[in-house]
Design a protein around this ligand. Structure first.
Ligand code: HEM
Length: 139
């Protein structure tokens, strides 16, 4: 079980590297002047590669988490239900990042860099809540 949990935390951490950095790339993309095609293409290339890289990491983080839960290790409690609900929010956030990437690729973004700065903070709040739930198991 400890190996499973160690890999769970490894993939969670790797997934979050993408969840933190991809919206940061969106902040930069939203600030690129209209005539800076080379910079826009470079940022889009980085964002595309990052999204393809972070997606399987997220899948593995969730699959190992579900394995920990349903694998007969005796984990139960309200903390796990609320944690899973927050993870569903993360999965929606991840998917929405993919949608935003498509909009940027088509040149159709109408959101400001300020909007993306706030958007960028959401995973931080979820990570804080999930870690407290997973470690403290308050209910
Ligand atoms: C549906 C998805 C997930 C499920 C079902 C799940 C389930 C679990 C379970 C059963 C444990 C073992 C708890 C223990 O050993 O005390 C665990 C550990 C942990 N999980 Fe998840 N997890 C999921 C996703 C995540 C995500 C997305 C994060 C980070 C945001 C996360 C962070 C952690 C941490 C930090 C631990 C270690 C807790 C400790 O050692 O006390 N998990 N998870």
């Amino acid at each position: 079980m400890l190996w499973l949990k160690a890999f769970h935390i490894f993939f969670v951490t790797s997934w979050f590297a993408g969840l933190f950095y991809l919206p940061r790339l969106f902040v930069n993309l939203a600030m690129v002047p209209a005539d800076s095609h080379a910079e826009r293409e470079r940022l889009l290339l980085m964002a595309g590669k990052l999204y393809r890289f972070m997606t399987p990491l997220g899948v593995l983080a969730v699959v190992l988490g579900l394995w920990l839960w349903f694998g007969g290790f005796g984990f139960a409690g309200g903390w796990l239900h609320l944690k899973t609900a927050l993870v569903v929010l993360l999965i929606i956030y991840h998917g929405y990042c993919g949608r935003l990437l498509q909009v940027f690729t088509r040149g159709g973004n109408d959101k400001s860099h300020v909007w993306f700065r706030f958007f960028n903070e959401l995973p931080v709040l979820v990570l804080l809540a999930v870690i407290f739930l997973a470690v403290l198991k308050p209910f």
